[in-house]
Design a protein around this ligand. Structure first.
Ligand code: IVH
Length: 681
């Protein structure tokens, strides 16, 4: 018989052992036991936790195989904005950076050179040594909570080693895929008839966005950590902070060098430009950081990036290959983009088969001929571009590639507005890729965010004549969706009831999307996210925008003549006005809403907010407190009225509240206090 005490001890013992071996295998790449022995330990732990679910903890290594399925990612505010880095491409530009730094500091400066990982930036927050949440960069101020996915990355510790880490801190790094793992994933996808990823970075990004964490676990992502943000980091230098992070169990690159001169920095850069192919993963440059944290603070940040760091980007790699053909793609706004189909060629670790030619002007400038040997280059962008032609290899009788004059999808004669580089198909109401493209845009994440309808599903619904414009989505019925069949030749596929339910639910919940995003979702040419936001806030209602003339429109911030013309053209079409009316009748929000929750109900009450919340982000909770007349305090004291506790709150605060007999309340209790209940918000 296993006694409870012996079970607990055994579980703890196994977890510690597994953690150590995980670290040895995934972080240090120096396994000490065989896979078989490791698997046995894991199996035993899984068995014990199954038999005694009361002892299961979120930081158990068994939680790293995934399984949690997320409906959609929660948005989380970054405590420190997630900035980017300034770029340099030449020793001269680097020299300028160094001069600027020295000018501010006024003395010797030591740098740390690191590899610039080409992956997806991530911020991990640890509370009392446990991974509390993981957030993507998002727009720099708030990102997606992808904790469930990140937990499956074996090189990321769920629980830290040692004990001298701050009670709560964030560490940032890059989620990457090795080239080998990338090839394996793509091979699987091609076999399953899915589109392969363009490069390891895209594959990593795609994987992080998956809602099923078990699938993420199968992608075998990796993560290097390189930065501890904040002013209260208990170290003197960046180098020390990374050394400590390494001791706590994080994977920190071993290619980290302190340099006291620009010559040494250049040496590191040149060595890795030559050596980067030997790394198992992609890098796109080197990052140079001022080592002293005190000097970093002295230098500070611009709105976009730190003044104490810079990226040196490697020149893009080029390859020569044969042009097989040129195809033309029509986008949602009717713009026709020429795409070169190439003889597959290896370029910086990936196989390139296509390259964008951008537009007619660029195509003409290149003077592209059939059967040309072209030079392709991969820069920062996903799709490689053609940068030149090997004229020596051109056959004497070859003809230039002509831009098409008729839409490849609907046959309409293309038009070109003066001053624009591109041709476009004016048949916006009858050209399939335009209609589908607009619907896809409407449901996309930054627009109405109807995730239950993906690109493929929109295509299916359109092909079955069920939807033609966004308003049609709100007329869809369960019966219609259930009746759709997709014939794959050997089998016929239908939606399951569950998916139908989800689709309808997703459509329904878009009724709460704020007006700024609705305006963006309409897909008016040149009205991107920012313009939509500013326009909505300026005009407040859709009617004001619809009825505004040129002069009124251009008076608004962000709206220039080109945008104004496009807005007027959009609303002058009767079918668009009709669609707006239908959307309005369905309940889509067509005006800016006043902040809904405001009162004086918390007047005179002070709160300390700590931990992670489910319905709102910590920032939103704090805003709610203030909107209702309450005050936010940063630490628990006798002046605190309530400790508002989320998940993973530090035990210190709870202890202090206990000592001072301050009530600890949950998110729900708080929301009840201010009268927010149910699923609104
Ligand atoms: S430090 C405050 N170090 O490059 C900026 N970033 O182009 C802190 N990156 O957003 C970033 N390797 O996603 C830093 N060794 C490294 C990096 C690195 C890759 C990424 C990071 C950053 C982007 C800027």
């Amino acid at each position: 018989m296993e006694t409870n005490q012996s079970v607990i001890e055994r579980i703890q013992r196994l977890r510690e052992e597994i953690r150590r071996h995980n670290h040895a295998y995934y972080v240090l790449a120096r396994p000490v036991i065989s896979d078989l022995v490791f698997d046995r330990m894991m199996e035993e732990l899984v068995r014990l936790e199954k038999a005694h679910p009361e002892y299961l903890t979120p930081d158990s290594p068994t939680q790293q195989v995934g399984g949690e399925v997320t409906k959609e990612f929660k948005q989380v505010d970054h405590r420190y904005p997630m900035l980017s880095l300034g770029n340099t491409y030449s020793p001269e530009e680097l020299q300028d950076f160094d001069s600027r730094v020295r000018k501010t500091i006024g003395q010797e400066v030591e740098y740390v050179c690191e590899l610039k990982f080409d992956g997806i930036a991530i911020g991990l927050t640890y509370v009392n040594g446990q991974l509390a949440y993981a957030v993507t960069r998002g727009d720099g101020t708030r990102g997606d909570d992808i904790t469930a996915n990140v937990k499956t990355i074996r090189s990321i510790p769920l629980r830290l080693f040692g004990g001298n880490f701050p009670e709560e801190f964030e560490i940032r790094g890059e989620v990457i895929l090795t080239r080998k793992q990338f090839e394996l994933i793509n091979a699987d996808r091609e076999e399953a008839g899915e589109m392969p990823f363009a490069n390891p970075r895209n594959a990593a990004a795609g994987s992080m966005k998956l809602l099923d964490s078990a699938e993420v676990a199968r992608r075998k992502l990796d993560c290097y950590l390189y930065y501890l943000p904040g002013e209260d980091i208990p170290f003197q230098t960046h180098y020390e902070s990374l050394a400590a992070a390494r001791k706590w169990g994080f994977k920190v690159s071993e290619h980290l060098v302190k340099c006291s001169s620009l010559e040494e920095v250049m040496e590191f850069i040149n060595d890795w430009d030559k050596g980067r192919e030997t790394l198992p993963y992609d890098i796109d440059g080197v990052v140079i950081k001022v080592n002293s944290l005190q000097q970093q603070q002295q230098l500070g940040f611009t709105a976009k990036s730190p003044r104490w760091a810079i990226a040196y980007k490697y020149k893009a790699k080029q390859a020569a290959t044969l042009l097989r053909s040129v195809s033309f793609q029509v986008g949602r706004t009717g713009i026709v983009t020429p795409v070169a189909n190439l003889e597959p060629v290896e370029l910086a670790g990936t196989i390139v088969k296509r390259a964008s030619l951008h537009n007619a002007d660029i195509m003409e400038e290149l003077d592209l001929h059939h059967d040309d040997v072209v030079l392709v280059e991969k820069g920062g962008e996903i799709i490689p571009k053609i940068v030149g032609i090997d004229l020596n290899a051109r056959k004497p009788d070859s003809r230039p590639v002509a831009f098409i004059r008729y839409c490849p999808d609907c046959g309409t004669a293309l038009i070109r507005t003066s001053g624009e580089a591109g041709w476009f198909c004016p048949n916006d109401t009858g050209c399939p890729p335009q209609i589908k493209g607009r619907l896809e845009h409407y449901i996309s994440r930054k627009a109405m965010n109807i995730e239950s309808l993906g690109e493929g599903r929109i295509g299916m619904l359109y092909d079955h004549h069920l939807i033609n414009n966004p308003a049609d989505l709100y007329d869809l019925t369960g019966e219609q969706l259930l009746s759709i069949e997709k014939d794959y030749g050997d089998r016929v596929v239908r939606f399951r009831e569950k998916s139908v339910e989800k689709i309808l639910q997703g459509i329904q919940s878009s009724l709460s999307v704020p007006f700024e995003r609705v305006l963006f979702a309409l897909g008016i040419r040149y009205v991107g996210e920012t313009v939509a936001k500013k326009t909505a806030r300026h005009f407040l209602t859709i009617d004001n925008i619809m009825n505004a003339g040129m002069e009124e429109l251009t008076r608004a911030e962000e709206i220039g003549e080109k945008i104004a013309v496009s807005i007027i053209a959009f609303f002058s079409k009767p079918e668009n006005r009709e669609m707006i009316e239908r959307l309005r009748n369905k309940g889509i929000i067509m005006q800016i809403q006043e902040p809904q929750y405001k009162s004086g109900i918390l007047q005179g009450k002070s709160f300390v907010v700590s931990g992670v919340f489910t319905r709102f982000s910590r920032e939103e909770i704090k805003n709610l407190i203030e909107a209702h007349g309450g005050k936010n305090l940063s630490s628990v004291s006798s002046r605190t009225d309530y400790l508002l506790a989320g998940e993973n709150m530090g035990p210190e605060k709870r202890k202090k509240a206990g000592e001072l007999k301050i009530p600890v309340i949950s998110e729900q209790t708080f929301l009840d206090m201010i009268g927010i209940s149910g699923s609104e918000g």
